[in-house]
Design a protein. Sequence first.
Lengths: 141, 334
Amino acid sequence: MAKELTAKIKLQCPAGKATPAPPVGPALGAHGINIAGFVKEFNDRTRDQMGLIIPVVISVYKDRSFDFILKSPPAAVLLKKAAGLDKAAGFVGHMIVGSVTRAQVEEIVEIKMSDLNARDVAHACRIIEGTARSMGIEIKG
Amino acid sequence: MAATGRQQRVGGDRDWRIAQVSQRSKSPTRVMSIARTWIEVRVTVPDGWGELVASLFADSPFTGVAYGSSSLESKAASAGSGHLRTYVPLSHDSEELRASIRTRLDELSALVGVEELQNLPIRFQTLPAEDWANSWKSTWKPFRCGNLAVIPRHFEGDLRASDIPMRLDPGGVFGTGRHATTRTILLMIQGRLQGGERVLDAGTGTGILACAAALLGASDVLGFDIDPGASSHFAELMDQNGVAHASQFREGGFEVLGESDTGYDVILANIYADIIVEHVAGLVSRLAPRGWVAFSGCHRAHADDVREALSGAGLVIEEERARGLWHTFVAKRK
């Protein structure tokens, strides 16, 4: 018998380093979810991606059990990786700290397309390009 | 019960049917949490632009992002938009920070050139101080795991004659015994512990396995954990259960074990699979000739690695159980 779904919660947490602190605690606590259980399992499943922020969608069931699926890393993380940066500009648009090529943007769009909730590819491109600009990353080509 | 295949279902786990609320995890990587005040920053974002806005909150002092309605409110955003929430510790909150968030959002709108991103509504809310790691345990109820009855300190219900009570208040971040990994290993060590054993518990956390071993007759239990918060929980648990005299805690990782820490009859560990794989050989060297190990916390994705590591370290798997995604092993020296 299928379990009755009561909530879907989407979070972004650091791979291998989630803790019960916000955003996990407030998001899961009110649903009576075993926060420690989520933290342990999330960290276990994402340990090999340490250093990345991982979006996760948690399904909460009526019996307060849960499961979750991991999504592709946020565009900001992929852009930093593509640009070879440890850290992006601290303040929007004030400083150019790196660059990516148009081809790299398209690659990221491809990775992210199913998770972006974008209306179409053009919209997805604008999201990725906007993210890049907000981080001080130029798009070349 | 001897292992007859790759997996065996856990059976005989009598239980007071209660809420699924707690678990322990004895990962040396976890952090004890304390109540702390947080500022919730909620931005209402048009559909489809959530991730772009979230990118502004990717780094410190923001601690991550949650999408959708907060657990503290039932009102969803209006149609065509959604809430995005991030959090800042109160100690990092300032007028400058709040102003910079507004500036960032305005600049983002200008950079992307999207009109619907202009003047996004922002709400700052101070969350009441709450120990999120523990507050969810308020519905904690007693449960049985084999003959072990895990009960809150002030439990006044009836126990069966065969029950071995373990008094345990919700306390540490992890460690109330309900997680599959803990329950399974607790079941598997019952019947194997005969009394009088020397036991080592690697990554003991709040000390549930160590305490259970002592309650089941072990004469001497050593637990260690890198989490500095574990020490007080361990001591409290042992004290509550009258086994403090038989237990000892060391703060640190595997390096806390000295040359004289050998000859253990039983070694327990409920930690991540990769840590077991890395340290199993060293642990086996501390095992008495007829000693055995019980390892839990192995995600099924890593079960093959653990089997291989146990075999490579000179152990024979006597029993393996799977519960949910987690595998637990009991193994003896060849």
